[in-house]
Design a protein around this ligand. Structure first.
Ligand code: FAD
Length: 500
């Protein structure tokens, strides 16, 4: 198996391949597995570390395993943090392992966007989902490791007769330590560095960490390779420059990283106005609930329960867990009040309320290669988040919680969902602390070069040889957590590429 880090790529070097893949997250990993197994010479370049460097510490995970050090912000309606993972394995290293298949209704919508092309329709993707789920170890969250935070939500869901409960996750050996977002300390998560990427390497793929691609080479109107800076894993000092020349270049740098690279490479004008346009992020808020009994939201499967209500389409609440320090901050206490609150922290449960957004944003790059993100909230999304929060409050109370609050300015504390809903009524977007970790749809697939960057074969409309295969290509907002969809799409794209 060939997994390389910066020590293997010092100085100025050049490699040749059939396919060079930029980014090793769910998209890049899934695509590389299929192409390598089809006999193609695949080189994967990844900006982050070759090997996991996990500590249960926010500064540490931000430094090694979050893109742009965990400081990416969308400006626009408000300042909104946007998170994306980094390292060999991409977002799957730090995500919560929730796995949902793409809803059929969304796949049907995508078929329409592609002018009736069914290659990403439910019939073709169904077996691919099964295949990927088996490879990455998807299964229901076991009650034994779920923890009370998830169990409370599952109890409330059952009591109210909603669809939901303990969620499917790719964490076959999960011990319920609640540390997914810092990187799994026991190897219990089926992140793609533990399955799809080793499979690609077993078929000859080279996976090179510590290389930040900054240029896509274009010759004779065709993408022919990439150039990246080799950087020391710890200091980020440049220690080399690596050029990979290849028949096909596939950018899988994620919902922010892909448009950032295309803009930074000076290709945005050529690729058309959809490059970095139409960004969706699944923004969300949360409800936090105090219980009489002990919950310890930081222990148990990180995000192990979910629910939905057909009356609230596109609203997907799922568990929120936070370490005690972050929970204290969220509860907004300081000084003596914070001290008194400390021993109460173990009594809190939490649930995020995420929406499939109608709001949209843009991604470009600043001169130093960092992402410039703008996002405009749709007022209807805020209304759906508020309604979702009220429903979530009902679920938490039904599950055994006693008192509700939320990360919303001066929202107060409430013992009924109705009272929380009343308090939310006149709150504006500026009152909410929103969060997003599902950037997508920023370089869409479609048939119209004015509204999409790539065609149904994933090749750029205006640059032969350049392909995209990650969450940036979704033709619309998704509505469910994106990793499985990203892997399935990339698998289907790779199968077609292998035959072309
Ligand atoms: C904290 C958190 C929790 C999440 N929880 C879930 C969950 O439970 N379930 C779920 O389905 N989804 C979850 N997600 C989202 C999910 O992880 C992403 O949707 C998914 O990883 C997207 O895959 P991708 O391949 O498109 O991009 P990414 O996973 O972002 O991978 C892109 C890779 O490209 C690399 N890269 C970027 N630019 C360059 C460059 N110029 N040169 C070289 N390499 C580059 C990055 O370092 C990164 O490793 C979560 C995300 C986060 C951050």
């Amino acid at each position: 198996m060939t997994l390389r880090d910066h020590t293997d790529a010092r100085g100025t070097t050049t490699m040749d391949a059939d396919v060079v893949v930029v980014g090793s997250g769910p998209g890049g990993a899934a695509l590389s597995r299929v192409l390598a197994e089809a006999g193609q010479r695949v080189v994967v370049l990844e900006e982050g570390p070759a090997r996991p460097n996990f500590r249960p510490n926010q500064a540490h995970v931000s430094r090694y395993h979050m893109q742009e050090g965990g400081t990416m912000l969308a400006r626009g309606s408000k300042i909104l943090p946007v998170a994306a993972g980094r390292g060999v394995g991409g977002g799957s290293l730090v995500n919560s392992a929730i796995c949902f298949r793409t809803p059929d209704a969304i796949l049907d919508q995508w078929t329409d966007v592609l002018g009736g092309d069914t290659r990403y329709g439910p019939q073709r993707l169904g077996p691919i989902f099964e295949e990927i789920e088996a490879l990455i170890g998807v299964g229901p969250t076991r009650d034994s490791i779920a923890g009370e935070n998830n169990r409370l939500i599952a109890r409330g869901v059952a009591k109210l007769g909603l669809v939901g409960g303990l969620v499917d996750r790719n964490a076959p050996s999960c011990v319920g330590c609640g540390l997914c977002n810092f990187g799994c300390p026991v190897g219990g998560k089926g992140s793609v560095d533990r399955n799809l990427l080793p499979m690609a390497m077993a078929s000859g793929a080279i996976v090179q960490g510590d290389v930040k691609v900054h240029r896509i080479l274009v010759e004779n109107d065709r993408a022919v390779g990439v150039v990246g800076t080799v950087q020391d894993t710890d200091t980020r000092e440049p220690v080399g420059e690596l050029t990979v020349r290849a028949e096909r270049v596939v950018v899988c740098a994620g919902g922010i990283g892909t448009p950032r690279l295309l803009h930074h490479s000076g290709l945005a004008e050529r690729l058309g106005p959809a490059t970095g346009a139409g960004l969706h992020i699944h923004p969300g808020n949360a409800v936090v609930a105090r219980c009489d009994h002990i919950v310890k939201m930081w222990s148990g499967a990180t995000q192990g329960a979910w629910f939905e209500d057909p009356a609230l389409p596109g609203v997907l609440p799922h568990t929120m867990s936070l370490p005690p320090g972050a929970l204290l901050l969220l509860l907004g206490q300081a000084g003596l009040a914070a001290k008194q609150m400390m021993h109460q922290l173990k009594h809190y449960a939490g649930c995020l309320v995420m929406v499939s957004d109608k709001g949209e944003g843009t991604v470009s790059a600043s001169a130093n290669g960092r992402a410039k993100i703008h996002y405009a909230f749709d007022p209807g999304d805020l209304e759906r988040i508020k309604k979702g929060m009220v429903l979530t409050a009902e679920v938490l109370l039904a599950g055994g919680a006693k008192e509700l609050t939320a990360p919303v300015h001066q929202i107060g504390r409430h013992t009924t969902a109705t009272s929380l809903g009343k308090a939310l009524e006149d709150r504006t977007i500026h009152d909410f602390i929103m969060y997003a970790s599902h950037p997508m749809a920023s370089c869409r697939m479609g048939t119209d070069p004015q509204t999409s960057v790539i065609g149904p074969d994933a090749q750029a409309h205006h640059l032969p040889g350049l392909y995209l295969a990650d969450s940036s290509i979704f033709p619309t907002s998704l509505g469910v957590n994106p990793q499985l969809t990203t892997m399935a799409l990339a698998t289907a794209i790779a199968r077609d590429m292998a035959q072309a």
